[in-house]
Structures are given as structure tokens and as C-alpha cells.
Ligand binder design. Structure first.
Ligand SMILES: O=C(O)CCC(=O)C(=O)O
Length: 334
């Protein structure tokens, strides 16, 4: 028997719990979900499930933050820049849409008031404390909208989705939420990279809203963009060296050959939006102030996701006519 409240559109899936012998890859055998979507796509994801009285009780799928390159390379992906579609944007200004198309990002966007972001910061402080107590760290809170109702609320906030729809069009999927929280002096950087290079998504009609939970500036390691680099396609990268202390594992060298550096400094409650092919990164936090940002990821509904990532996508605007995305409901717990 299988219990799960993880998916609102339960009829979209055929769920088959099974144990696969993956000893050949030197990993423990574990429980997987094999999922068949309405459109017939078969996907498979590892599941951190508990077995209670012989029943499987779903907790959460274990999506990798940096998926296996072999799997990614096996997928035919269309990694070209797709400009914003809105001729008459409703929330962004025409200038902001134009700057997104030219430079690959737009900033700053005022999202939360001082009171609202203070409340959200207090929430995050508690979440971080619980995460660390459970053995995680300040970078490990990922796919958080499938576990925490308050993160789901931020991801689906109509003020944010309105801006996203001005870029991606009327049918929008919200599929990712990951805190990048640099503690003072933790030494962690994010090497220059393109998000699309990590994601099993095609075509590359996906963007990130980077929401500042704390003030972010050069001193505490805010993001930097290479303006216009989204026009250069999928760039050559190498595996990051351990000395780079990067949170992720890809590094694109000599970034300034693709454009000039722009500092993404933001006040808490503000956000920036960047394209999935835009080259970006951040240096370590050498200040005494924390720098936490919540990355909220969106895609146009026409985008196809592999490696089971379609399970994460919430339909936040318009429709998903092919039923590709899982459309998980709001988790009950904060
Ligand atoms: O927060 C950072 O410093 C990096 C975030 C990032 O790489 C991203 O949004 O993809």
C-alpha cells in the first residue's frame, strides 16, 4: 500500500514502489518511485520513504542539487536563449523586460515590505536552526516548497509570479526553491556557472528569482552577473577545484570574455531575475553579516523536465495542457 499527499493531481501518476539493486554504482539499494505521467513519460526518482507496518509512507523525493553530468548529457536539450515574450508587460516595466532581453537579468524588484521580510527572516532563522540540528547546513535547504508551506507561499506569491509571467508568458510552472545562505566567514563561494547547464530541462525557457532574505552586497558575497552572456549559448566548463570552495561543482573560466561584470546588490525584500543561461557566481562572505538568498525557479509550461524533476513543478499561472508537471500541493507544515 502507498500513502502520499505529495501530489494534487494524483491521477496523473502511476506509482510503483520498488527496490533497485544499485550496488554496481557503490550505493546502498534504496526505494525508488517509478512514475508514469499522463503523457506516457516514464521517470524514476529515489525516495526517502519510511516503512510503517509494511506500508510505505512518502516523506520527500531526494532531488540532487547538482545532477549527474552523464544523465544530463544523455538528454537532448535545446539550450538557446529565448527572449521574454511580453510586448505589454503587466508588472515589470518595458525597460525591465528590455534589459532582461539584452543583459539576461533585471534588478532590483521590490517584493516584500520591511515588516514582511523581517517576518520571513525570522521564519528562515528557525528553519536553519532545525536544519543544522538535523545534520544539514545553510546550503542544503533545497526543493523546500515540497516540504515547507511558507516556502511554497513565497514560490507561488502572485506578486512574484506576475513578474515571471511577463518574461515566460501565460503558462508558468514554479519548480524550484533553494536557500543559498552564506554565513559570515564560512569561506563558501559559487563559481561562475550557468544554471541551465545543471538542469534536465528543455527548451531553456527557465529563470531564477533571487530573493534577498538579508541585505546582499559585495562585502557579504552578493551575486555577480556577466551582462549579455546568455547570448553565448551553453558555455564550456570544467569541474570546480576544491580550492574554489564552491557550493556547486562547475566553473566557467575567464568569464569577462562573455561580457562585463554587474554586481547584484539587493536590499532584503528585493529580488533580481536572471535567465538560466546567464553566467553568474558569487565570492565568499568576508563580512560579519549573514547573506541569505532564496532562489525561486520557474519555467514555461511547455518545458519538459527529465530525471523526475517534473514532479516538483507547481502550475502557478495558466495551464499545463499536457499534464507533464506534478503540481504538488502546499505542504501542511511550515
Ligand atoms: O546565491 C548565490 O550566491 C548563487 C546563486 C546561484 O547560483 C543561482 O541562483 O543559481
Amino acid at each position: 500500500m502507498f500513502d502520499s499527499s505529495a501530489h494534487r493531481d494524483a491521477e496523473l501518476y502511476c506509482r510503483v514502489p520498488c527496490v533497485l539493486d544499485v550496488e554496481s554504482t557503490h550505493r546502498r539499494p534504496q526505494m525508488w518511485w517509478i512514475i508514469r505521467s499522463k503523457s506516457g513519460t516514464m521517470t524514476c526518482w529515489p525516495d526517502k520513504s519510511n516503512s510503517i507496518d509494511g506500508r510505505l509512507v512518502a516523506t520527500q523525493p531526494d532531488f540532487q542539487i547538482t545532477p549527474d553530468q552523464e544523465h544530463l548529457q544523455a538528454q537532448a536539450r535545446d539550450l538557446r536563449f529565448h527572449p521574454a515574450v511580453a510586448v505589454e508587460p503587466k508588472s515589470l516595466t518595458v525597460t525591465q523586460v528590455e534589459s532582461y532581453n539584452t543583459d539576461g537579468y533585471t534588478k532590483p524588484i521590490d517584493v516584500y515590505s520591511n515588516d514582511e521580510i523581517t517576518d520571513l527572516r525570522n521564519y528562515f532563522d528557525q528553519l536553519l536552526e532545525q536544519t543544522v540540528a538535523a545534520g544539514g547546513n545553510s546550503y542544503s535547504i533545497s526543493t523546500a516548497h515540497m516540504k515547507h508551506g511558507r516556502v511554497y507561499d513565497m514560490l507561488t506569491n502572485s506578486r512574484i509570479v506576475d513578474c515571471v509571467a511577463d518574461i515566460l508568458g501565460n503558462d508558468v510552472i514554479a519548480w524550484g526553491s533553494h536557500f543559498f545562505c552564506k554565513m559570515p566567514g564560512d569561506g563558501k563561494a559559487v563559481a561562475w556557472h550557468q544554471d541551465a547547464s545543471y538542469w534536465p530541462l528543455s527548451p531553456s525557457r527557465a529563470i531564477t528569482v533571487w530573493l534577498a532574505i538579508d541585505d546582499a552586497d559585495l562585502e557579504n558575497g552578493c551575486m555577480k552577473f556577466i551582462a549579455g552572456s546568455q547570448h553565448s549559448g551553453h558555455l564550456t566548463y570544467r569541474q570546480s577545484d576544491p580550492e574554489e570552495h564552491s557550493v556547486l561543482d562547475q566553473t566557467v573560466d575567464s568569464p569577462e570574455q562573455y561580457g562585463h561584470i554587474v554586481v547584484d546588490d539587493l536590499k532584503a525584500g528585493q529580488a533580481s531575475i536572471h535567465n538560466d543561461l546567464l553566467l553568474h557566481g558569487s565570492e565568499s562572505n568576508n563580512s560579519t553579516r549573514r547573506r541569505c538568498g532564496l532562489t525561486l525557479r520557474y519555467a514555461a509550461a511547455e518545458v519538459r523536465a527529465e530525471m523526475g524533476w517534473n514532479a516538483k513543478g507547481v502550475v502557478v499561472r495558466g495551464t499545463d495542457t499536457t499534464g507533464h508537471w506534478g503540481n504538488p500541493s502546499r505542504p501542511a507544515q511550515d
